[in-house]
Design a protein around this ligand. Structure first.
Ligand code: PEP
Ligand code: MG
Length: 357
């Protein structure tokens, strides 16, 4: 590991001896996964699959899927995406060599995937074999006034389960083909109710059974959820009946708890910090009294239902030392940070553990 040299390396070894929480990384490319491992990450805590869908080579198929009129049209696009996704997961599993990998199923604000240019519509029209005007009409129907509270996360999986089915199939096909099989942790985004998670877990389990039957081989896997809506935190005892892990998505949990847009807050946040309304930027350092209280409630309720529930954090706060100290306090099992923050997270996790002694 490149950083494990000289005094810094020694410091990291001491830190690792002192910490309790594991440190994972947020990564969705083999390069990021490798960087994370080089910095000492012990797994991937968040693989955002929608980032894989933006790839230039497949965006037309993705748009075809989003704009399809019916399930048949979506499946035609998904058939093109399955081998690509399988390759994505194989590459990441190979780099992570048996370490845990949490893969989050598609969580796209739909507007980010819609075509805008005339040429983009033309490409989709050709791929899907439908007219440009039909596609434009469909894109207009999909317009949302508030996409971050709209048809995203598992709401997409509930409406179009075949998308999550394809992703789950790609994960299991990739994992089954490897000698060092990982234990994939399949994560459902933006869950607010137990029933949503139940429905999505059924889709994943069904895909798993189909692949295991085809391959004549079974592997272990987990299905869990992001906790990024206040309702999910408050109902965590029920949700834990279905999910075997929680990962706190504190970017959205901050947005939804404070009622502050994560994309638009910059305009007034400095005033709020200057005037002492927020002690710090709540999207950088956890709002311990508010968002933190929800995390505490969810952790306690989750453990009450399922004592061995795995608890982690994968929002930006997972790389912030003050927030990491809070995660130690409420007993999370791991923090997940962007690859370049992994050493800081290792150090902060150790400081937090030592301060608790
Ligand atoms: C989150 O909401 O904290 C999260 C990790 O998911 P994303 O940032 O992709 O919405
Ligand atoms: Mg989120």
């Amino acid at each position: 590991q490149p950083e494990l040299v000289g005094d810094f390396g020694t410091l990291m070894v001491w830190a690792d001896a002192g910490r309790r929480m594991k440190v994972r990384a947020n990564a969705e490319t083999p390069l990021d996964a490798q960087t994370a491992r080089d910095f000492g990450a012990e797994g991937i805590g968040l693989c955002r699959t929608e980032h894989m869908f933006f790839d230039a080579s497949r965006i037309t198929a993705v748009r075809q899927m989003i704009l399809a009129e019916d399930e048949k049209g979506r499946r035609a696009a998904l058939d093109k995406l399955l081998p690509e996704q399988r390759k994505d997961f194989t590459a990441i599993f190979e780099v992570m060599a048996g370490l845990p990998v949490t893969i989050r199923l598609l969580d796209p604000p739909l507007h980010e995937f819609l075509p805008h240019q005339e040429s983009e519509f033309a490409e989709v029209a050709e791929a899907a074999g439908v007219g440009v005007e039909v596609l434009k009409q469909r894109a207009a129907e999909l317009h949302e006034f508030n996409p971050m509270l709209g048809h995203r996360g598992c709401r997409l999986g509930v409406t179009y389960p075949e998308i999550y089915e394809m992703q789950a199939r790609a994960i299991f096909e990739a994992a089954c083909a490897l000698d060092v099989a990982p234990v994939p942790e399949i994560m459902i985004p933006l869950v607010g109710t137990k029933r949503e998670l139940e429905l999505m877990k059924e889709v994943v389990d069904k895909a798993a059974e189909a692949v295991f039957a085809e391959q004549g081989k079974r592997i272990e896997y987990l299905v869990g959820t992001m906790i990024e809506l206040p309702r999910a935190a408050l109902m965590a005892d029920e949700i834990a009946e279905v999910g075997s892990f929680f990962s706190f998505g504190t970017n959205d949990l901050t947005q939804t708890t404070l009622g502050v847009s994560r994309d638009d807050a910059a305009r007034f946040l400095t005033h709020y910090v200057d005037k002492g309304i927020y002690a710090r930027d709540p999207f950088v350092s956890l709002d311990v009294e508010g968002v933190g209280q929800l995390i505490d409630i969810a952790a306690t309720k989750g453990k009450a239902t399922r004592p061995d529930i795995k608890l982690g954090i994968c929002g930006e706060h997972g790389g912030d030392p003050a927030s990491i100290a809070f995660c130690e306090k409420v007993g999370l099992d791991y923090v997940s940070a962007s690859p370049y923050r992994v050493p800081i997270a290792r150090l902060a996790a150790a400081q937090a553990a030592l301060a608790k002694k």
